[in-house]
Design a protein around this ligand. Structure first.
Ligand code: KIV
Length: 264
């Protein structure tokens, strides 16, 4: 069944959990889509897990378009959400609508995600007014890593926690259909989830969120550079892949591949 923003809102109302994953290419998107996920995010995390940057700041709108098109070609059921990269919605409202529109019109995304609270409300209102669904993102927003001084858990003191609760209400009021909560204390995520009527999607935000999202390279043990505390490796595909590659190299070197079976 095709998922939409209505599916997300209905899930919250009925108390059903939402499961989302990231994807960046056709084959993986198709595989993930066949597993009954509700949403596939083409995250700007692609800058780190696919392109090898240290953070998401170098990712451009052209990178997002390239990968969003590939993912959208592989998806039939899940809601396809594309991240708006750093500096694609910061300089003007016009730019924000223009870039969100490109992700939908050229990339075939069905919704966009952007990071921030009070400072991006005008952009969210304008994009929603242009009939593009917007997913918000609060907490450890990776595009703010230079301001945060690293990838650090957010909302740990009372003022910071209250600001996140207020921001979540503002995002809902501006028209966001759901809100990602990244790396905040589980009790705070529970309070935010209680405070808004749109679904919260947690990543490192505990069990009380309305849904969860993970970067698929992380949950399959493929990303080699770090493994944050919030990540559970569901299958160590990284180890399986390395073993498969080693087997191939060995067989080529030992002349046991290819055999007649793989020849014409
Ligand atoms: O870019 C991304 O993958 C994300 C998720 C971690 C929520 O924003």
């Amino acid at each position: 069944m095709k998922k939409s923003v209505t599916t997300f809102l209905k899930a919250k109302k009925e108390g059903n959990k939402l499961a989302l994953l990231t994807a960046y290419d056709y084959s993986i998107a198709k595989m993930i889509d066949s597993c009954n996920v509700d949403g596939i995010l083409v995250g700007d995390s692609l800058g780190m897990v696919c392109l090898g940057y240290r953070d998401t700041l170098p990712v451009r709108i052209e990178d997002m378009l390239h990968h969003t098109k590939a993912v959208a070609r592989g998806v039939e059921e899940a809601l396809v959400i594309a991240d708006m990269p750093f500096m694609s919605y910061h300089t003007s409202i016009h730019e924000a609508i223009h870039n969100a529109g490109r992700l939908v019109q050229e990339g075939n995304a069905e919704a966009i995600k952007l990071e921030g609270g009070a400072r991006v409300l005008r952009q969210i209102r304008a994009i929603v007014k242009a009939q593009i669904p917007v997913m918000g993102h609060l907490g450890l927003t990776p595009q703010s890593v230079k301001i945060f001084g690293g990838f650090k858990v957010q909302g740990k003191n009372q003022d910071a926690a209250q600001m996140l609760i207020d921001d979540a209400k503002r995002l809902e009021d501006a028209g966001a259909f759901s809100i990602v909560l990244e790396c905040i204390p589980a009790v705070l995520a529970a309070r935010i989830t209680e405070a808004v009527s749109v679904p919260t999607i947690g990543i490192g935000a505990g069990e009380h969120c309305d849904g969860q999202i993970l970067v698929y390279h992380d949950m399959l043990g493929i990303y080699p550079d770090s493994r944050p505390k919030h990540v559970k490796v569901f299958v160590d595909a990284g180890a399986l892949m390395r073993q498969g590659i080693k087997n191939y190299v060995d067989e080529v070197k030992e002349s046991t591949f290819p055999t007649k079976e793989h020849s014409f």
